[in-house]
Every structure is written in structure tokens, then in C-alpha cells.
Design a protein. Structure first.
Length: 119
């Protein structure tokens, strides 16, 4: 298993959709790294962190943790694709900054594609 996050490239960024690829988000690797910018800059400060934590759950072993909030009338529809091509979805609807998470299992838990859609 790779132990350090690798910088993502911004594949698409407009007012509604952000696509990040060609990087890695790894368990225990800390906050996401994006070439040339920060996640808070891409999301106008609405999302300030994305990371993977290894957890000792009975069912799940990993957790994608997103720190942020939605806009008052728009929610974030987010998806994360691991190295086995499994996709994990997380909806962020709260207008209050808080932790949002999705738990999962994978033989290759590193995330290599992320899509954030404001809708």
C-alpha cells in the first residue's frame, strides 16, 4: 500500500463540477493535495479538507472524511473512485461546516478519482 498522498490534477473546474484525477488519496496520508491550488480555493471555501482514515470498525475498515458545508440552496454530490474502480458517493447538504464521511472496504483503498458537483 502506498503511504503518501500524491497530488491530483484538476481535470475540470467550472461553477458546478470539479473533477480531480491522476493523484492518490491514501489512508493516513493527510489532507488532499492538488497541483497548483487547494481544495478550499476550488470550492470557494465550502470544502476545506478531504482525507482517508483507517478505522477499526466491525464492518468497515476505511473512511473518507470531508470537512465542509453546502450552500444554502445547493448541495454537494461527491464521488470517490478507488484503485479497484469501486465508487463511493457522499452527499453534503448541511449549510454548517462539519465532518461528513462515508465508510467503505477495499483491497486497494487508495482514491484516484474525485468528482464534486454542486447541484
Amino acid at each position: 500500500m502506498i503511504e503518501e498522498n500524491q497530488p491530483f490534477e484538476v481535470i475540470k473546474s467550472d461553477s458546478k463540477t470539479i473533477k480531480l484525477e491522476k493523484g492518490l488519496l491514501v489512508p493516513g496520508g493527510g489532507n488532499i493535495i492538488i497541483q497548483g491550488t487547494k481544495i478550499s480555493s476550488l470550492t470557494d471555501g465550502l470544502i476545506t479538507g478531504i482525507e482517508i482514515k483507517k478505522i477499526n470498525g466491525v464492518i468497515y475498515k476505511y473512511e473518507i472524511l470531508v470537512v465542509g458545508r453546502a450552500e444554502a440552496i445547493h448541495s454537494w454530490q461527491t464521488s470517490y473512485t478507488d484503485l479497484t474502480s469501486d465508487k463511493y458517493n457522499l452527499m453534503i447538504e448541511s449549510p454548517i461546516v462539519e465532518n461528513h464521511y462515508v465508510d467503505y472496504n477495499s483491497s486497494e483503498p487508495e482514491i484516484h478519482k474525485i468528482k464534486l458537483k454542486l447541484g
